[in-house]
Design a protein around this ligand. Structure first.
Ligand code: FAD
Ligand code: FES
Length: 356
């Protein structure tokens, strides 16, 4: 949004739900939330109690007037802010204390049509959807939707691989033996089918690039990283080139699991400072880099820990990478991860990403 029409503010709640509000010039975030019927925590509304304290993940703002008891100088320097006082100077992402349910704000429910079902290999599908009310579905690159599996009462989570401005939504789906979504995709799905989606959800999303970034993806864990790269490429095309290098290490079990490599090549050409490498675990593979992603990280990718890590893939990979960092004594400045747990939609308290 422009300065004339106001700014978009993403309110990211502790249960992984994100709601977007539009804040007009001069309006406080709290007033705009109230008008949008989202009850973020508030008490004095006067910058005196600190009840509304939130954390700004990205963007700039005027903090407004408040007293030290509500927000200390150190907290303000660290990025904490008071929505009852602050007025945005750009689009913002705010981490709000409390859950969306508490704020009486649910996730959105959308109806979509399958435009394309593409099989990269027998175990990986690409799904392209057109969504009714597309303009109502605002999401952050890295977030996911819950998809109701047609003909069942089951939901499965899928991360957008399309950037937030894409007209049609894309998802990359790895099959699982006898899985509910797998069976639907392999046996019943057809172009023109209607799907019901809920979301967006998750706190695994791209933050401002303030230091070198290391992206680690396993299998279809490449999906949210593609959405993030699309956003970064768009910004770069508009002149906002990332100020720090970004490296992606993308691992797969088999050669056939490495997908969308042409898209990564396009991003490498479009984003100054972006590099990537692919790694295949299969011992029989002829791929030039074999093994696990952690075996192919260079000191400059880890930057002595002054790095923001975005890690996404199957639970075993996510856990292995976390153990690797702990074992190497590396504590990244920020560590965001998403585990593609199979079998069920995560419980609300566990939904979305971890940040360590
Ligand atoms: C936040 C999030 C985002 C995700 N994003 C993606 C994504 O972008 N791409 C992607 O490919 N995946 C993603 N996933 C995983 C995805 O949601 C599905 O779990 C996956 O696609 C498998 O779904 P399915 O219905 O085919 O299999 P499921 O029905 O979930 O079955 C998975 C496997 O578990 C077995 N199983 C199921 N239930 C049981 C049980 N009770 N006991 C024992 N075994 C059981 C099945 O036989 C099968 O082998 C994500 C997961 C999460 C949590
Ligand atoms: S509500 Fe009291 S400081 Fe914001």
């Amino acid at each position: 949004m422009t300065a004339n029409t106001g700014h978009s503010v993403a309110l990211s709640f502790e249960d992984g739900v994100t709601r977007f509000i539009s804040v007009t010039p001069g309006q406080t975030v709290a007033d705009a939330s109230y008008r949008a019927r989202i009850n973020i925590p508030l008490d004095c509304r006067d910058g005196a109690c600190g009840t509304c304290k939130a954390f700004c993940e990205s963007g700039s703002y005027d903090g407004g007037d408040y007293i030290e008891e509500a927000l200390t100088e150190d907290e303000a320097d660290a990025g904490y802010c008071l929505p009852c006082q602050m007025t945005p100077e750009s689009d913002l992402v705010l981490r709000i204390s409390g859950t969306a349910e508490m704020a009486k704000s649910g996730v959105g429910r959308f109806t979509a049509t399958i435009e394309q079902l593409h099989w990269y290999a027998d175990n990986t599908a690409g799904l392209t959807l057109s969504v009714e009310d597309r303009e109502q579905l605002a999401y952050l690159p890295g977030q996911y939707m819950n998809v109701l599996v047609p003909g069942t009462d089951q939901q499965r989570s899928y991360s957008f691989s399309s950037g937030p401005d894409a007209e049609q939504l894309t998802f990359l789906i790895r099959t699982a033996p006898d899985g509910a979504m797998t069976t639907y995709l392999k046996e019943r799905a057809a172009v023109g089918d209607t799907l019901v989606l809920e979301g967006p959800k998750g706190s695994f999303f791209l933050r401002e690039v303030k230091r070198p970034v290391l992206m680690l993806a396993g299998g279809t864990g490449i999906a949210p990283q593609l959405a993030m790269l699309e956003k970064i490429a768009q910004a770069a095309a508009g002149g906002a080139v990332p100020a720090h290098p970004i490296h992606l290490a993308y691992g797969a079990t088999w050669d056939k699991d490495l997908i969308e490599v042409e898209a990564l090549e396009r991003y490498a050409a479009a984003i100054p400072g972006f590099t990537f490498s692919t790694i295949v675990a299969d011992a029989e593979s002829q791929h030039p880099r074999k093994g696990y992603v952690t075996q192919h990280l260079l000191p400059e990718h880890l930057n002595d820990g002054d790095v923001d890590v975005y890690l996404c893939g199957p639970p075993a990979m996510v856990d292995a990478v976390r153990r690797y960092f702990a074992g190497e004594g590396i504590e990244p400045a920020n560590f965001y991860y998403e585990r593609f747990a199979v079998g069920a939609v995560p419980a609300p308290a566990l939904a979305g990403a971890g940040a360590a």
